[in-house]
Design a protein around this ligand. Structure first.
Ligand code: HSE
Length: 402
């Protein structure tokens, strides 16, 4: 019998509880022993809960209980999640989490403590909600040098963009809807300004490169300045706009990453990922392109990944699962000019003027509007910005994926 605890009884924490109760037999079969939930930590009162005796407000009840071997940290935020996780690992307990902010910020340190204590720190739920993606990248693609990762990593923004396109909903109405469905962060600015996706691409890039990628150095732009006109214009020209977390890995060890709304052609696999779904498109030097797809947010999908990590921690209580990265002191962030993209541009300048500035552009037709819309040849950010300034009057400029 493995004794476990849950820290945080919010959307994901209550999902973890529900799955442990709902699927106890299956979980026990997979773990090789029954799992007994001994504590739920939360600062709030749950007097009406049928198992209110499980609740505690004191983390020391869990840290000091030598019977507890695995803890799910699903409280979110950096503090006190960091301090609690560190104390639990130091006390010899495995910790599993959905907390991307914590993993992106303190991942290398917490992974090192887990290694030293011969326990596990697992975080499958921190990227892509219920989609198995971190383990597959780490284990199943272990024979590859990862060349590129492009992901729709935030369910809330994908849901908003989809609602704008398919239901003509305003940005605010679509956001309210995503909040009501439990997809959005406590502060939805983290979703719509791209910070949530930034932490997730930092985790993916750290895993793929083996070195902690500092998320504060990742250029991040959300979807707040994307208009209905932009979305419709892209759609009419056979494209779609998605918030993309992007990372490219160079053979010299450098890593380039950004988060921004990008234009995707209808033939790209990520273009069909709608609603709250996430997709992570990974290119390896041996495997080629693979895509991971599924529910990227929400109570049960995220809890599904958390409970799976609990099961894996129970199975591996005497051995460590090797998955993670190390701290890196050297600066290995590639400059934005080391990568080139094509750009989708909307302007009211005439086509002749556009061609004189950007050269061999691809014009987009069928837009039934006065704007000139085109795609530039591949160029660096500096080259693009210089050309954009020369043209002036650019309404929209977005990098193109693929
Ligand atoms: N707010 C996040 C999202 C939740 O919308 O994707 C899952 O990390």
């Amino acid at each position: 019998m493995a004794k476990v605890a849950i820290m945080g009884y919010g959307t994901v924490g209550s999902g973890v509880y529900d799955i442990i109760r709902m699927n106890s037999k299956r979980i026990a079969d997979n773990a090789g022993e029954a799992i007994e939930l001994k504590y739920i930590l939360d600062i709030r009162d749950f007097d009406d809960h049928p198992e209110k005796f499980l609740f505690t407000k004191d983390v020391n009840d869990i840290i000091c209980d030598s019977e507890v071997s695995v803890v799910a940290e699903v409280m979110g935020g950096l503090h006190p999640a960091y301090e609690f996780t560190k104390s639990l690992l130091e006390a010899g307990k495995s910790v599993v989490t959905s907390n991307k902010e914590l993993v992106a910020t303190y991942g290398a340190e917490l992974i090192a403590i887990a290694k030293e204590k011969n326990v596990n720190y697992m975080f499958e739920a921190s990227v892509g909600g219920g989609i198995p993606v971190l383990r597959p990248i780490s284990r199943c693609l272990a024979a590859n040098n990862i060349i590129r990762i492009a992901g729709i990593l935030n369910g809330t923004t994908n849901y908003i963009l989809d609602q704008m396109i398919t239901n003509n909903k305003s940005f605010d109405a679509a956001l309210a809807d995503a909040q009501a469905k439990g997809y959005a962060e406590r502060n939805p600015a983290a979703d719509i300004e791209g910070h949530d996706a930034c932490r997730k691409i930092a985790i993916l890039a750290s895993l793929a490169s083996g070195k902690q990628v500092d998320y504060t150095k990742i250029s991040t732009r959300g979807i707040t300045d994307i208009t209905l006109d932009d979305v419709k214009c892209a759609e009419k020209s056979g494209h779609t706009i998605k918030l993309i977390g992007y990372a490219e890995f160079f053979t010299n060890g450098k890593v380039y990453a950004h988060v921004e709304p990008m234009v995707i052609g209808a033939d790209h696999m990520l273009s069909g990922i709608n609603g709250v779904m996430n997709g992570v498109y990974v290119t390896g030097d041996a495997v080629g392109d693979v895509m991971f797809y599924g529910a990227g947010a929400g109570k049960m999908p995220t809890a599904s990944a958390v409970v799976a990590d609990m099961v894996d921690s129970v199975i591996h209580k005497l051995t460590r699962k090797i998955m993670g990265w190390k701290k890196a002191d050297e600066n290995f962030a590639a400059n934005s000019d080391e990568v080139k993209f094509r750009y989708f541009v909307r302007t009211d300048c005439a086509e002749a003027e556009v061609k004189s500035v950007f050269g061999n552009t691809t014009g987009l037709s069928g837009l039934d509007q006065s704007d000139t819309v085109f795609i530039t040849p591949a160029m660096s950010e500096t080259e693009f910005n210089a050309a954009k300034d020369k043209l002036g009057a650019v309404k929209t400029a977005l990098k193109v994926l693929g």
